[in-house]
Ligand binder design. Structure first.
Ligand SMILES: NC(=O)C1=CN([C@@H]2O[C@H](COP(=O)(O)OP(=O)(O)OC[C@H]3O[C@@H](n4cnc5c(N)ncnc54)[C@H](OP(=O)(O)O)[C@@H]3O)[C@@H](O)[C@H]2O)C=CC1
Ligand SMILES: O=C1O[C@H](COP(=O)(O)O)[C@@H](O)[C@H](O)[C@H]1O
Length: 490
């Protein structure tokens, strides 16, 4: 297992005045601090702040009534800095050396780039030039998504980062890997022989992965319109869920062994070909509609800062195959979209029927066995079985056996958020839940093949507040399947 020492660290928070830092990173750091991690933070962005005004800004990001607030905030320092100006970094070196000495941080440095990706390369170069990456302790770099916009740009970015950091020092964040039930997939699969023995093409009919959102693009329109659902959600989060669901058991639970198995899955995904693509992928954009709570929503073109002729997809569904011994012939259906009927992330494993099942003919309302991994907002598992109803004349009916973390989460005074887990992992040097370069590269190869082919696919449309266009249902109907409705746990 990975070592879990808490070493004192100087955290360089680039993008300190941004949305992600305030909504996620400061609250996460606060929780980590309360658990006994020793660190100081230098906030960096162009805006002018004093240490005090920066501390007030961080303060506003913390939960109400938080204890040990002042001692936490006192460890925050601010330096205005434009990432593109190397001379700013020389001053940063002086300040960071002083803070390191003051808190006895032993030269350990974490650089968090909560910045637009176009700045990742220049940030690394300027850190090196100013001697900030020459340190007596360890150094680690956390970078946000998206890691490039295709394989070529990702390779260039990776090359730039490797000029300054080793692969083992680069922590590419995918916040889905910090979610409770995503971390539970391995336990479910590899600690339960009843599942592992049927986890293959002999017993599984199909796998359905849904990441649906009710929100639109909010104030990230300029980013989203350049990106779209495929690159925003499929290239990273969906590929991570797919690889965790499909990978072989690692020989040991070491970061490299797990990531090796995930890469093997990515390598085995059948590439998209132009002639087959219309049966394999759907791209669509939402138009006006009514959400389940009755709110009327305009179309994607009505969002602020979106061009009226934008053809960016806000929904993607795909039918993928993993060409290896375990999964041959099993379709993996994936879908994600904005302004859908529900906020939900679920993985559904549909098991095959018994051949010539007499119950299917007698009780036509019974269904296949389904294992549902509820990732959010519910957190738990449901196993759908068919059982005889109680009583003499009892019919055979479908029921669900549920395991739910929902009550525990409500009762817990604090359940770690994904960013808290991942920051904490990085401070400990555990890279298991971060993406290795070859994972990123193989995901880009797949999404590049889709982008190359889908200029031939017309953009479809769906009404806001639905679960996407009818063409998404047809993808499954080709194989005689349907999307299982999203379920809430009791
Ligand atoms: N927000 C979110 O929910 C999510 C964000 N991400 C990723 O996180 C990263 C940050 O996103 P987010 O916080 O939303 O972005 P914001 O636009 O809110 O913040 C960007 C930050 O970068 C700083 N900045 C911009 N230009 C420069 C510059 N030339 N030199 C120094 N600092 C600069 C800005 O500060 P200033 O203007 O003061 O310079 C600001 O602090 C992105 O990679 C994004 O894709 C990933 C998942 C979710
Ligand atoms: O990375 C992203 O994820 C969010 C969805 O994250 P979740 O944890 O709320 O499920 C998505 O809204 C955003 O567009 C994307 O960049």
């Amino acid at each position: 297992m990975v070592e879990t020492t808490k070493e004192p660290t100087l955290i360089f928070m680039f993008g300190a005045t941004g949305d992600l830092a305030s909504r996620k990173l400061y609250p996460a750091l606060y929780e980590i601090y309360k658990k006994g991690n020793e660190f100081a933070v230098i906030g960096l962005a162009r805006r002018q702040h004093t240490h005090e005004s920066y501390r007030s800004m961080v303060d506003r990001a913390l939960p109400q009534g938080a204890d040990r607030r002042k001692e936490f905030l006192d460890r925050f320092y601010y330096q205005p800095l434009d990432i593109t100006e190397p001379e700013n970094f020389a001053r940063l070196k002086n300040i960071s050396d002083q803070i390191d000495t003051q808190y006895q941080l032993n030269g350990n440095r974490m650089f968090y780039l909560s910045l637009a990706p176009r700045f990742f390369g220049v940030a690394a170069r300027n850190l090196k030039k100013a001697g900030l990456t020459e340190t007596s302790g360890w150094k680690r770099l956390i970078i946000e998504k998206p890691f490039g916009h295709n394989l070529e740009s990702a390779e260039k970015l990776n090359h730039d980062l490797l000029e300054v950091f080793d692969e083992a020092e680069i922590y590419r964040i995918d916040h889905y890997l910090g979610k409770e039930m995503v971390q539970n997939i391995e336990a479910l699969r590899f600690a339960n022989p009843i599942f592992e023995s049927v986890w293959n093409h002999r017993s599984i009919a199909n796998v359905q992965i849904t990441l649906s959102e009710t929100l639109g693009v909010g104030d990230r329109a300029s980013y989203y319109d350049q990106t779209g659902a495929l690159l925003d959600m499929v290239q990273n989060h969906i590929m991570q869920l797919l690889t965790l669901t499909a990978m072989e058991p690692p020989s040991r639970f070491e970061p490299e062994d797990i990531r090796q198995e995930k890469v093997k899955v990515l390598k085995s995904i059948r590439p998209m070909s132009s002639d087959a693509i219309t049966n394999q992928i759907v791209r669509a954009q939402y138009k006006q509609g009514v959400m389940p709570d009755g709110t009327r929503i305009g179309g994607y073109h009505d969002e602020n800062n979106i061009d009226s002729d934008s053809d960016t997809e806000t929904f993607v569904a795909a039918r993928l195959f993993i060409d290896n011994y375990r999964w041959t012939g099993v379709p993996f259906y994936i879908r994600t979209g904005k302004r859908l009927a529900a906020k939900s992330t679920e993985i559904v494993i549909q098991f095959k029927d018994i051949p010539n099942n007499p119950y299917l003919y007698e009780f036509n309302h019974i269904g296949p066995n389904l294992l549902v991994i509820h990732i959010q907002p519910d957190e738990g598992l449901s196993l759908k079985l068919n059982v005889k109803e109680f009583g003499e004349e009892g019919e055979t009916v479908p029921i669900a056996m549920n395991f739910s973390n929902n009550v525990k989460r409500q009762a817990d005074t604090h359940t770690p958020d994904a960013y808290e887990r991942l920051l904490s992992d990085c401070l400990r040097g555990d890279s298991t839940n971060f993406t290795r370069w070859d994972e990123v590269a193989f995901s880009w190869s797949l999404t590049d093949s889709i982008v190359a082919a889908w200029k031939d696919i017309p953009l479809d449309y769906y009404e806001a507040g639905t679960m996407g266009p009818a063409s998404s249902d047809r993808l499954l109907a080709l194989d005689g399947f349907c999307w299982w409705p999203l379920t809430r746990m009791e």
